[in-house]
Design a protein around this ligand. Structure first.
Ligand SMILES: NC(=O)c1ccc[n+]([C@@H]2O[C@H](COP(=O)([O-])OP(=O)(O)OC[C@H]3O[C@@H](n4cnc5c(N)ncnc54)[C@H](O)[C@@H]3O)[C@@H](O)[C@H]2O)c1
Length: 323
């Protein structure tokens, strides 16, 4: 099969590409960003890298026409972008998704749209099943722009599905592992890890009692592959996650312990980090019943195993952290 992965040079896209290549499939990776996470595939005849934007209609049209399955992963991801550049988040995430869906509809190609647990907002009733409500704050709070951009993408998916497009939506819950961002950037694990590997104080936003469910990348990728291959997943939304709920302060402590760091943990008011454009989500837990039933996957990698593998990957980068 020929698999097109938009955002294929990112964290999840690069792992997904490796997995399809290992199965003997062909992979077209379209991305605008750094090639560091896919460079190891450049000599593989089954791998094609296209440096372009999902906003380029003509290029997306041409690549989609060649693919059997399209994984649309290209997006602007990371809390710093939601609060610093909401225009770009909305533009790339909504308009890029339209571009991909339009081409997939034209050629009748199967699509997996990668959405997010952020779609549920701060719905207080956890765990969140796929049809549960979205509970969001004001549009003046920039952090909700990412959730809204992905929800708009999901609506487009189901709009096209009504017209016959074979599409599946997956919603990830805090996936982590090797190649996740760069140290000190992006998501909570890489931010804590950058600080821990330098023995700097770990800055926990708020009181650290907010919870997340962390999903190791290999588990997330197994489910993602199935989402694009199983007929019964067409027209469905599926959470992809581990349902073990962990307070952020416990993650900070685990990162310190497993990396052998001397860091202390400091609690910082969220306004100090993100200004007034941010609202935290107190609890975020997936209902994973559908992932087990529909995709036949369970998240088996423990936090300890996953964090150790992630720390091993990032340790050599320690000397350049913070540059
Ligand atoms: N990792 C997670 O925990 C998580 C959680 C929820 C949702 N997701 C979703 O999964 C997908 C992949 O996420 P990730 O964690 O790999 O993030 P990532 O930032 O590593 O990957 C996204 C990729 O998209 C690329 N990109 C951005 N704008 C582009 C454009 N205009 N044209 C082409 N490429 C562009 C980036 O260069 C990057 O390589 C995203 O859609 C994200 O919203 C991820």
């Amino acid at each position: 099969m020929k698999i097109l992965i938009t955002g294929g040079a990112g964290f999840l896209g690069s792992h997904l590409g490796d997995t399809f290549l290992a199965r003997g499939d062909q992979v077209i990776c379209m991305d605008l960003g750094s090639i560091a996470k896919v460079q190891h595939n450049f000599n593989n005849p089954n791998f094609v890298y296209v440096r372009d934007s999902v906003l380029n209609d003509a290029m997306v049209d041409s690549l989609v026409s060649q693919a059997d399955v399209v994984y649309h992963m290209a997006a602007v991801v990371g809390v710093e972008f939601y609060v610093d550049d909401p225009y770009n988040v909305l533009n790339i995430n909504i308009n890029g998704t339209q571009t991909v869906l339009r081409a997939a509809y034209k050629y009748g190609k199967r699509v997996v749209f990668t959405s997010t647990s952020e779609v549920y907002g701060r719905n207080p009733k956890v765990p969140w099943a796929e049809d549960d409500d979205r509970v969001l704050g004001s549009t003046r709070i920039d952090r909700w722009c990412y959730s809204t951009s992905k929800a708009a993408g999901e609506h487009f998916c189901f709009g096209y599905h009504k017209m016959g497009l074979p599409v599946t939506v997956v919603r990830y819950f805090n996936v982590y592992g090797p190649r996740l961002d760069a140290l000190d950037r992006g998501r909570v694990i890489t931010i804590f890890l950058g600080q821990a590997l330098r023995d700097d104080p770990i800055t926990v936003v708020g009181d650290g009692m907010q919870t997340r469910c962390f999903t190791y990348v290999t588990d997330a990728i197994k489910a993602t592959v199935e989402a694009g291959l199983r007929d019964e997943a067409i027209g469905e939304i599926c959470n992809i996650g581990n349902d073990l709920e962990i307070p952020i302060k416990d993650i900070a402590e685990a990162v310190v312990r497993l990396s052998g760091s001397k860091s202390e943990i400091h609690y910082v008011p969220q306004e100090q980090i993100y200004g007034n454009s941010y609202e935290d989500v107190p609890r975020r837990v997936p209902d994973v019943t559908k992932m087990h039933r529909l995709l036949g996957v369970s998240a088996d990698v423990t936090l300890e195993e996953g964090l150790k593998a992630t720390i091993d990957y990032f340790k050599p980068a320690k000397s350049s952290a913070g540059e």
